[in-house]
Design a protein around this ligand. Structure first.
Ligand code: SF4
Length: 201
C-alpha cells in the first residue's frame, strides 16, 4: 500500500512537471520573438485575467510574489514598448490602474502562444466527470500550496472565511458563501474571487 502510494505520488509529480514544460515552452517562444521576460509575460497574463481593482502595481507584486520595485521596472518596459497602458485611479489619484493595450491583447490572443488555446482541446477531450474530479483535485492542491506559503495569493473559496463547507444536506449545492449569500456546488467554487478574505486581511 505504501509502495503504491509512493508510486502514484511520483507519477503525479512527474506529470505536473510535464505540464510546467508547456508553460516554459510558451514563455520561450514569446521571448524569442519579443524579448519579454517570463515576469513580463506573467504581468500581461495577470492584467488580462483580473478586474480593474486588482490591476495596480501593488496587487500585481502581491499576486506574483515579487518585490514591488521589480514589478515597477517590468511595467516601465511594458509601457514603453506599448503592451500596457496606465491611468490614475479616479477614486484615489495616488494609484495607477494598468490595462493591456491592443498590442498586449493581440500578443496574448495569438493561438500558438496562448495557453488557453493550447490546452483547450485537451481539456475538451475529458469527460464531464473527469473535468469535475480534476477541478476539485487541483483546487485542493493549489490551496495547499498557498497554505504552505509557496503560492502567495490564491483567491479560492477553500481558504476564505466566507466559505461554509457542507453547510446544507444537499448533494448538488452543499456549500455556502456568506458574503454573496449563495449556495454552491463543488464546481461553483471560485478560483479568483476579489472578495476572498484570505488575501483581503
Ligand atoms: S467571498 Fe468569494 S472566495 Fe469567499 S466564499 Fe464567497 S465566492 Fe468564495
Amino acid at each position: 500500500m505504501v509502495k503504491h502510494k509512493n508510486e502514484i505520488d511520483e507519477k503525479l509529480i512527474y506529470l505536473f512537471n510535464k505540464i510546467s514544460q508547456i508553460i516554459r515552452y510558451i514563455q520561450w517562444e514569446i521571448n524569442k520573438e519579443t524579448k519579454l521576460s517570463p515576469l513580463m509575460l506573467q504581468i500581461l497574463e495577470y492584467l488580462s485575467n483580473n478586474s480593474r481593482e486588482l490591476r495596480t502595481p501593488h496587487k500585481i507584486a502581491e499576486d506574483l510574489g515579487v518585490k514591488r520595485p521589480t514589478v515597477t521596472d517590468s511595467l516601465k518596459v511594458l509601457v514603453k514598448r506599448g503592451y500596457v497602458k496606465e491611468k490614475l485611479s479616479e477614486e484615489d489619484r495616488r494609484y495607477k490602474i494598468l490595462s493591456l493595450t491592443k498590442k498586449g491583447e493581440d500578443l496574448l490572443k495569438r493561438e500558438e502562444l496562448n495557453l488557453k488555446e493550447i490546452l483547450k482541446d485537451s481539456v475538451d477531450s475529458l469527460s464531464n466527470k473527469e473535468k469535475e474530479n480534476l477541478f476539485i483535485s487541483l483546487i485542493k492542491f493549489i490551496s495547499d500550496l498557498n497554505h504552505r506559503g509557496l503560492l502567495p495569493v490564491v483567491r479560492v473559496c477553500l481558504n476564505c472565511e466566507n466559505f461554509e463547507k457542507n453547510k446544507f444536506n444537499d448533494p448538488d449545492k452543499p456549500h455556502y458563501c456568506r458574503f454573496l449569500n449563495i449556495r454552491m456546488g463543488d464546481y461553483d467554487l471560485s478560483v479568483n474571487c476579489e472578495k476572498n478574505t484570505f488575501v483581503n486581511k
